[in-house]
Design a protein around this ligand. Structure first.
Ligand SMILES: [Zn+2]
Length: 452
């Protein structure tokens, strides 16, 4: 293990304290209480002579911004963004205290270790180190550190609030945040992922009416339960065509094994055969790839009827839709109605209750080049692969406003996609010390690379 004093004496205590602060976000407005970690961060930055502004949308749920202005107002700005909250943990299911931040077997154990306090701590210490090393303490463009509350719910008290009400304070041309950096073994050697975009999210409510009647006489009854059941089945079984985009092709090419699988997954010829093979080998990976290449509709909540002896007179179906770039609300309604079929579709009211469009950053820019350089320096034998995710991060609020956003940090090869997938929101969340040290070095060195 390293004897770098910054890692030992500043990074590790800060990282462990962020875990121990246990800013657990249950989704309740007064959970999280991220101010505990804001206090921890302010104390750390004060020792480095750095001050920032704290923004509150709700008491106890602070967001911290530190902006070091650049010397050239025309130069692009770079932001590090991390969240402070974590999801709940059931102590009984863990082999250690989830908020103890114990160091055991070369790993730090605790809720938030990989999602995403390892980023937040490395960004804080890396930011302070980068500023200390910069001539005159400044770079060409603004360097910004941002730690937010409430990522694990909706960003209502964090990223959404800041981008809607304090854009001048939190704007940036480039941003680096979660998630990515984890490794897979490919048939061409090791590869790690960098998140370049996210699918759009649309939550759809389908409602239908029936005619009430006595449950003892179902002959030719107008039963809303049957309509909802049929709609759920049709939407759930729908097979949507593959749309090959640049990030999809990058993912497929890395995940495929052998020439035929690669051809099938990247061109669409025999893609379902190849996806099945991938699923047998690596189910988690197959799900990532499947959703990256298609629209997806998941009917997840089904309600109908009031009482067992009354024919159901109303029904409701909630569908989680994840959409590719360029999909409009009208496109989505047409897709859903086509899946229901003409007869069934007539009965249903269609309503979008939540909508956030897909967003994607291109790679022809100084931030991506800087990431690639630092990655190849740390892992000369490995490749960097795009990740286009079905889920969302707070990065979406900036991408939607034109910021180029990547999800990335440097990890060790021990942190594989499988390991990451099991630990994020899972039991025994933990991270190896080598990954932590690589992450710190990444955020320390990134500004100099980016601004040079
Ligand atoms: Zn996260």
């Amino acid at each position: 293990m390293t004897d770098d004093p910054v890692f030992q004496q500043e990074f590790l205590p800060l990282f462990r304290q962020l875990i121990q602060n246990a800013c657990v976000n249950t989704g309740q407005p007064d959970s999280g209480q991220e101010d505990r970690s804001i206090t921890t961060l302010l104390a750390f930055f004060a020792k480095r002579g750095l001050v920032g502004d704290v923004y509150h949308a709700r008491e106890g749920r602070g967001n911290l911004v530190i902006r070091v202005p650049g010397t050239d107002p025309e130069a692009p700005s770079l932001m590090f963004m991390g969240h402070l909250d974590v999801v709940p943990a059931q102590a009984a299911d863990w082999s250690t205290d989830p908020f103890g931040a114990e160091i055991r077997e070369g790993q730090v154990w605790g809720r938030g270790a990989v999602d995403m306090l390892c980023w937040t701590a490395a960004q804080a210490v890396g930011f302070a180190e980068a500023v200390a090393r910069a001539p005159g303490g400044r770079f060409r463009g603004d360097l910004v550190f941002l730690a937010v509350a409430d990522e694990e719910a909706s960003g209502r008290w964090g990223a959404q609030y800041l981008t809607e009400h304090h854009w001048e304070a939190v704007k940036a041309d480039y941003m680096i945040t979660e998630l990515g950096g984890f490794f897979i073994d490919t048939d061409r050697g090791p590869a790690a992922f960098c998140t370049v975009g996210e699918k759009g999210v649309a939550w759809v409510r389908l409602t239908v009416r029936g005619t009430p009647g006595h449950g003892s006489m179902p002959y030719r009854a107008d039963n809303a339960a049957l309509k909802v059941a049929e709609a759920a089945y049709r939407l759930g079984r729908l097979r949507l065509p593959l749309r090959v985009s640049k990030p999809y092709r990058s993912m497929a090419s890395a995940m495929a094994q052998g020439r035929w699988e690669r051809v099938a997954l990247t061109t669409g010829w025999g893609a379902s055969w190849a996806l099945k093979r991938l699923f047998q080998r690596k189910p988690g990976m197959a799900r990532f790839l499947h959703t990256a290449g298609r629209q997806s509709l998941s009917p997840n909540v089904v309600h109908a009827g009031q009482k067992v002896n009354v024919v159901a007179d109303r029904g409701e179906l909630l569908v989680d839709c994840r959409l590719l770039p360029g999909t409009s609300r009208e496109d989505l309604e047409a897709l859903v109605r086509k899946a229901l079929g003409k007869r069934l579709s007539q009965d249903f009211q269609f309503e979008i209750t939540d909508w956030f469009p897909s967003n994607l950053s291109n790679k022809d820019n100084p931030l991506y080049s800087a990431i690639e350089d630092l990655f190849h320096k740390a892992h000369p034998d490995a490749r960097l692969v795009d990740l286009f995710i079905g889920g969302v991060t707070d990065g979406r609020f900036w991408r939607a406003r034109g910021t180029t956003v990547y999800g990335f940090t440097l990890f060790s090869k021990a942190l594989t996609m499988d390991a990451y997938g099991q630990r994020i929101h899972g039991n025994d969340e933990r991270i190896d010390l080598e990954s932590l040290e690589l992450g710190l070095g990444f955020f320390r060195d990134l500004p100099e690379k980016f601004f040079s």
